[in-house]
Ligand binder design. Structure first.
Ligand code: NAD
Length: 338
């Protein structure tokens, strides 16, 4: 019972001391974190937790600014698109009225048009049959003004997303989900690669992370993120481990990683004491808490004082996904005109 008393006294002592100090100093020395788990075997690693201060690592991670890197990619795409004889075209297909999907589609449409790519959104009703959608895909495949086709997921229940992906012309498959593109990616050959993993790779390169020989752990094995990332990381000569929901002792597996990439879809799953000091942490997760707050799959505050570099949510991987969609559309346009 003595330990909680000590913590409370320190908390209030810290607060009264803080009132007398400058705001800059407050940022460095804050009261005991409400999440402090230091009574367990390790410090909690919360930012400037005075309770853990004597033993805690004081490392402050460099923030990898996804928005800045994405802006640079978008500027490059805009310059190259302007230099093409014909304007590249992107068709975005939205089936149904899922509000989140509508927001994503609008963002993609806006970003494409702002980059000099002629974007058109095809909004089909929620009860569209699979045959009708496949007919639209066939029409877009044959349209010479369309260089890239993206069908927004998830699709209504009556439509098999795999059938839709397979119906797409692989040369226009800017999402990189067609089996031909997936196979080429795994074989290390030229392809259109999925946008989110591609964005992660560009973030790592843009953030200066050396992958050659590095021990990288990918947490999550989805077709959308984890699996393509493994192929891309292997192509970059990294030593790759994949962890997932059946992995035993996940925290210990994470602690071995020099680069930790998390795509689990579990809010703040990765805690500070899962991270190897100095590691690069890439958080792919996007989760909306009941409070409305957007968080990743990584407990940012805890991990940022242990990692060497880390991506924020929002502002990390998210902007890269759209930038890579634009870049894939440009690539498809250039290749189709060669
Ligand atoms: P998914 O549900 O398809 O796959 C999640 C993977 O994580 C699975 O392989 C599962 O085995 C693993 N996993 C789940 N819970 C786990 C646990 N407790 N311990 C260990 N492994 C666990 O998800 P996804 O489509 O790969 O997306 C993952 C996250 O990335 C989501 O939060 C999603 O919103 C986000 N996402 C973001 C972008 C972006 O542009 N920023 C794009 C795609 C996905």
């Amino acid at each position: 019972m003595a330990a909680p008393t000590v913590r409370r006294v320190r908390f209030w002592a810290g607060r009264s001391a803080l009132r007398r100090r400058s705001s800059a100093f407050e940022a460095v020395r804050r009261p005991v974190s409400s999440n402090c788990r230091s009574l367990a075997s390790r410090p909690c690693f919360a930012p400037a937790c005075t309770h853990c201060e004597p033993g805690a690592a004081r490392m402050t991670a460099r923030i990898i600014n996804g928005k800045a890197i994405a802006d640079a990619i978008r500027a490059g795409v805009a310059a190259q698109a302007a230099a093409l004889a014909c304007q590249p075209g992107l068709a975005v297909v939205l089936v149904g009225d899922d509000p989140a999907s509508a927001v994503y589609v609008r963002a993609k449409d806006r970003a494409a048009n702002a980059t000099g790519i002629a974007a058109q959104t095809l909004h089909l009703p929620a009860d569209t049959s699979q045959d009708d959608l496949l007919a639209e895909i066939a029409r877009l495949n044959a349209d010479p003004a369309v260089d890239g086709i993206l069908v927004q997921l998830p699709l209504p229940q009556q439509i098999d997303p795999v059938a839709v992906q397979e119906a797409m012309d692989p040369a226009k498959d800017v999402d990189g989900f067609h089996p031909l593109n997936v196979g080429r990616l795994v074989a290390g050959r030229e392809c259109l690669a999925p946008c989110t993993p591609l964005g992660v790779m560009r973030l790592l390169r843009g953030g200066g992370t050396v992958l050659d020989g590095a021990r990288v752990l990918v947490l999550g094995r989805s077709v959308l993120v984890g699996r393509p990332l493994v192929a891309m990381l292997l192509a970059a000569d990294a030593t790759v481990t994949v962890a997932h929901s059946h992995t035993r002792d996940l925290p210990e597996a994470c602690r071995h990683a020099e680069v930790l990439i998390v795509a689990a879809g579990r809010p703040e799953l990765v805690r500070g004491n899962w991270v190897r000091p100095g590691a690069t942490v890439i958080d792919v997760g996007v989760n909306r808490l009941p409070s409305g707050k957007l968080v990743g799959d990584v407990a940012f505050d805890e991990c940022a004082v242990v990692a060497g570099a880390i991506t924020p949510v929002p502002g990390g991987v998210g902007p890269m996904t759209i930038a890579c969609l634009l870049s894939n559309t440009l690539t498809a346009a250039v290749r189709r005109r060669e």
